[in-house]
Design a protein around this ligand. Sequence first.
Ligand code: AMP
Length: 419
Amino acid sequence: MQSIEKFNFAGKRAFVRVDFNVPLDENFNITDDTRMRAALPTLKKILADGGSVIIGSHLGRPKGPADKFSLKHITKHLSELLGGTEVLFANDCMGKEAEEKTAALKPGEVLVLENLRFYEEEQGKPFLADDATDEEKAAAKKAVKTKQADFTKKLASYADCYVNDAFGTAHRAHASTALIADYFDVDSKMFGYLMEKEVKAVEKVMKDIKRPFTAIMGGSKVSSKIEIIENLLNKVDNLIITGGMAFTFAKAQGGKIGNSLCEDDKLDLARSIEAKAKANGVNLILPVDAKIADKFANDANTQIVSINEIPDGWSGLDVGPETEKIYAEVIKNSKTILWNGPTGVFEFDNFSHGSQALGEAIVEATKKGAFSLVGGGDSVACVNKFGLANGVSYVSTGGGALLEAIEGKVLPGIAAIEK
Ligand code: AMP
């Protein structure tokens, strides 16, 4: 596989697929540029080598061209992030303008193509009218698939090499994230630095595992994390199940959980996860106590009770101090740690203690040499809220992509470069 570090971009035009799907306010100001910053090492390397950059990205979920989803809104900020380098823009990612502007690019220049998802070919999914019939849907799907090859080929024709730095969309087999790689030979397609870091971090927790390996699965629902939990049961030494989903397990064991979050149709599943953990020799750790509330609010009245003795009218919104101690003990003795999902409603300060304590234990273990990977939406928000991001080994930028990788799925964006 080609590596970006070794590749010399001098005189080459690189098509770089990034994830610049950044949040914009009503005046089109970028409210969080984390995703743009994450791609800078790759862009800077290409420019420093004397190459030119063609940026392809999506923004939002357009159904055809729409000003509010235009990537023109990000070019000024990208120029600032690149230390004042001029950033050119093509009003369309297809057509004459894109063709001419990409062909005219000189070493050191950057061109942003308009939102790739203005074309249904990018995702290979038709923009359907809400009242489309099944027949119309089937015909439209077929038509898009046929057009997709031309779209992909066109994008590939702009560049001499292809760099995928969009981990956030690596789980999608879209034109610019996966299919395009087929138009480049093995020496001229590669991961960007961000993608490389993400892939390495995932490999450390899924392949190159130092033991004990502890995974912490939290958040609201067990149903959304079944595949991950099942895959992890074949890999981990300790599995902490926490957050709202832990109450389904407590009830499955015969506990009284009051009005806590519970998926009654998943009680058998919880029991089968426990049985599988036992059969695999996995230490399944559930909360033993809870901080309960008499309403779903930060200023609710609270009590600390056993997880199995929650009175009616009350619900567990965080773990209690005994549970925190148990988690910390296990985590501090771990060498590989994966954290996805909070221990409670961390958005309320009065119910964030468990998540913070757990994050701090991970930081402590990391200081002692453990590898810790944090990822998946809310856990990232958690480490940021408690200022712990610098204390863990890696915070993933990928939500769905990271979760699918942990489920054990092959991500099309990664496979396309590796094959
Ligand atoms: P998820 O999106 O499944 O990762 O879950 C994250 C959400 O779960 C966060 O917004 C938390 O507030 C919520 N959550 C965690 N623990 C609980 C709980 N005990 N009761 C209700 N919601 C919870």
